[in-house]
Ligand binder design. Structure first.
Ligand code: C2O
Ligand code: CU
Ligand code: CU
Length: 508
């Protein structure tokens, strides 16, 4: 063999070795990146139902709720203690409930050793009461926002929003539900016996270390942040629920930091979708599966038979991602989430009406402005990272706008959430939105190379100095800067686009 031939041979052997190793590594990561708990749970733990927090009434007739951020310890997994955060509970929070027209005050005390905030996700309220990154609550301090409930019945939620720390604070367990009622919804005879046939389901994924502590590690090649391999519902691992009625209403909240779920039952039974993020839909829609990205809510009514046994699962959510990122971002994962069973005797509830509410949709003919938001990488909206002092958009109170949301690349999925408004989805990739998006929304999934057009009518709360946020609700992306700010001003105003750099804390 000539010298040249010999080197060529070594070279080919070396290259082949590298190719085989790389392929082996890719195959291994590909296989190990799929998570499934289907068939593996014992469903031994009764589903925890967050208690309803009773308000006191103050001298002005306002409903007053008291909440405290605290450290906690919880035994999620038998025999293992996990350190957590909670809000007036070891993990998560009690449920708040109020009626349209109520004036509310919430006193929020910070008893954890770090600054945080508490944001009312889905609530229509003045920007300075919103609890975004500008309304800091320092350790030991109390923040007391107050506002009037002025929106339809819906399932809203609350969670910390400290810039750069939101994922961490939510993951530790600081989150809860704020359920709103109104006259129309009360008269519809929907299942509304809290904890009996009207059941909150706060769905979160977690990973635990061997010592029981929460793991914050991202999965290999994933670019969305934490994707846990265990599911908690209302902080219950492996939960079961005993139904006593022939219909059960589930208020599902995806309170995970990154994971997208595709909710289905193991026997593929259909159920009725009655509400989206911002309230009841006009007519219930019969569906079999439901995609919810982080921050989104849906209310469904599930039919239950005597001696029933059915498992709510999440089955391989179609992220509309390319093959590899579908796998690495959880798109091939399957989970058993909650077992629902029943005895022989079920209380019969009235049928769900075929008409629920009449929605006063914002009209394309009223649109005064169209804005474009392009989400790229894991930190940019329109090429910019979040800046607490920059006003990105100025909106005129009471006007209607179209927002065009674009995820131009294949690299990752996003979603889009805006504070202070509800929107309606006009189209997804130029086509009519799926049935489960035909209601008020405040958060919407934005698949790779996806385009979503939404329309919103802005409220009348005006403030030149305190902005509302819009952002990706994949919390790691939000923390990395995929967030912007808009202010709402009166017609004809000419506001500063730089915010004063004092913070807008109203602690005492
Ligand atoms: Cu649920 Cu700005 O957040
Ligand atoms: Cu929000
Ligand atoms: Cu994102």
């Amino acid at each position: 063999m000539t010298k040249v031939k010999k080197y060529l041979l070594y070279f080919i052997i070396a290259i082949s070795f590298i190719i085989v190793c790389t392929a082996g590594f890719m195959a291994w990561t590909f296989v190990s990146s799929k998570t499934s708990t289907v068939g593996e749970l014992s469903f031994d733990n009764p589903l925890r139902i967050p208690e309803l927090l009773e308000p006191t009434i103050d001298s002005e007739g306002r409903k007053v709720f008291d909440l405290t951020f605290n450290n906690g310890e919880v035994e999620f997994i038998d025999g293992k203690i996990t350190k957590t955060w909670g809000i007036s509970a070891p993990y998560l929070a009690p449920t708040l409930r109020a009626e349209r027209g109520d004036e509310v005050v919430v006193n929020i005390k910070n008893d954890v050793n770090e600054p945080t905030t508490l944001h009312w996700h889905g609530m229509i309220l003045p920007a300075e009461m919103d609890g975004g990154p500008h309304q800091l609550i320092s350790p030991g301090k109390v923040w007391s926002p107050t506002w009037t409930i002025s929106q339809p019945a819906s399932t809203t939620w609350f969670h910390p929003h400290l810039h750069g720390e939101t994922a961490e604070h939510v993951y530790r367990g600081a989150a809860g539900l704020f359920i709103l009622d109104d006259k129309e919804s009360n008269e519809l005879n929907l299942p509304d016996d809290y904890g009996i046939n009207d059941i909150p389901l706060i769905v979160q994924d977690k990973s635990f270390n061997n010592d029981g502590s929460m793991s914050n590690e991202s999965k290999i090649f994933s670019n969305v942040g934490i994707l846990g391999d265990e599911i908690l519902v209302n902080g219950t691992h492996s939960p079961n629920f005993e139904a006593t009625t022939n219909l059960v209403r589930l208020r599902i909240l995806n309170a995970s930091t990154a994971r997208v779920y595709n909710f289905e039952f193991d026997d593929k039974r259909t159920y009725q979708l009655i509400a989206t993020d911002g309230g009841l839909v006009e007519t219930p829609v019969e569906i079999e599966s439901l995609l919810l990205s982080p921050g989104e809510r849906a209310e469904i009514v599930v039919p239950i038979k005597p001696n029933d046994s059915v498992v709510l699962q999440s089955n391989s959510p179609d992220l509309e991602s390319p093959f590899w990122s579908q796998r690495y971002n959880g798109g091939d994962d399957t989970f058993d989430i909650l077992k629902i069973q029943s005895g022989n005797d079920l209380t019969e509830l009235p049928m769900i009406p075929s008409e629920l509410v009449k929605i006063d949709w914002p009209l394309p003919s009223d649109v005064v402005e169209t804005r474009h938001f392009e989400l790229t990488g894991t930190s940019l909206i329109n090429g910019k990272e979040m800046d607490m002092n920059r006003v990105d958009e100025v909106v005129v109170a009471g006007t209607t706008e179209i927002w065009k949301l674009v995820n131009p690349r294949e690299e990752t999925y996003h979603n889009f959430h805006a504070h202070g408004i509800h929107f309606s989805v006009l189209d997804v990739n130029g086509e009519e939105p799926p049935e489960y998006l035909k209601g008020w929304k405040d958060t919407v999934y934005l698949p790779p190379t996806g385009k979503v057009t939404v329309i919103a009518r802005f409220e009348s709360y005006v403030n030149h100095e305190v902005p509302y946020m819009f952002h990706c609700h994949i919390l790691m992306h939000e923390d990395q800067g995929m967030m912007g700010q808009f202010i709402v001003v009166e017609p004809g105003a000419n506001p500063e686009k730089t915010l004063p750099s004092h913070d807008h804390t109203h602690n005492h």
